[in-house]
Design a protein around this ligand. Structure first.
Ligand code: SF4
Length: 202
């Protein structure tokens, strides 16, 4: 289905509107868009353009999955709020030693994971602050890998939706590794997917 049934973006800059409509039409026809075209969509600031993108996304959702809504039972495990970063919007982070700062022990994390399974969870969503003390044998990645392996060993059926792009960047910087190496190692250890949060990276 093309954009004919949808509100077309009427921009004063005709070429930009044509480009946008053409990208959205091809998306709705099932074509993959290029990275450059994705950037073009992200760069739109005009309210009409944004409405057209939103409408196309909704139409694509309707085409692909209809109106069926599904859900899973998961548990969020925010294992530490100690964070070296100071994102201006964040009310979660604390400095080490500050009132309210916490860092869960492995035993507590395993207990929470088992408890989640007992309550019917199929997924653990795990994220935490950027804690430079969270290291094993001097390695940040080793700490995270141990966490993942222990959790998967205790609850192999749990899907681990874990560690935001911000945390991947943090681990890579701490251990001087590439993002690809960190992601591959975590995946190998048992991480199933990456949360899409931490938009501050952008
Ligand atoms: S990285 Fe996460 S926990 Fe740390 S300050 Fe930013 S939003 Fe908060």
């Amino acid at each position: 289905m093309g954009m004919s049934n949808l509100t077309r973006f009427e921009a004063s800059e005709g070429t930009r509107a044509t480009t946008l409509d053409s990208i959205l039409d091809r998306t709705l026809a099932g074509d993959a868009i290029s990275e450059a075209e994705g950037v073009t969509l992200l760069e739109q600031t005009d309210a009409g353009a944004i409405a057209a993108i939103r409408e196309a996304a909704d139409e694509l959702r309707r085409q692909q999955v209809g109106d069926t809504v599904t859900y899973i039972i998961n548990r969020n495990l925010n294992f530490t709020n100690i964070c070296e970063q100071h994102c201006s919007f964040c009310a979660f982070r604390r400095d080490a030693g500050q009132e309210g700062a916490y860092w869960l022990s492995l035993d507590v994390m395993l207990h929470k994971a088992r408890e989640a399974v007992e309550r019917g969870a199929t997924e653990l969503c795990m994220q935490g602050g950027l804690n430079p003390q969270a290291k094993q044998d001097g390695s940040s990645l080793a700490y995270y890998l141990n966490l993942v392996r222990e959790l998967k060993q205790a609850c192999p059926q749990l899907h681990l939706h874990a560690f935001s792009p911000q945390e991947i960047q943090f681990i890579a910087q701490q251990d001087n590794l590439s993002y690809a190496a960190v992601i591959a190692a975590l995946q190998e250890a048992g991480v199933g997917s990456m949360p899409g949060t931490a938009a501050e990276v952008l």
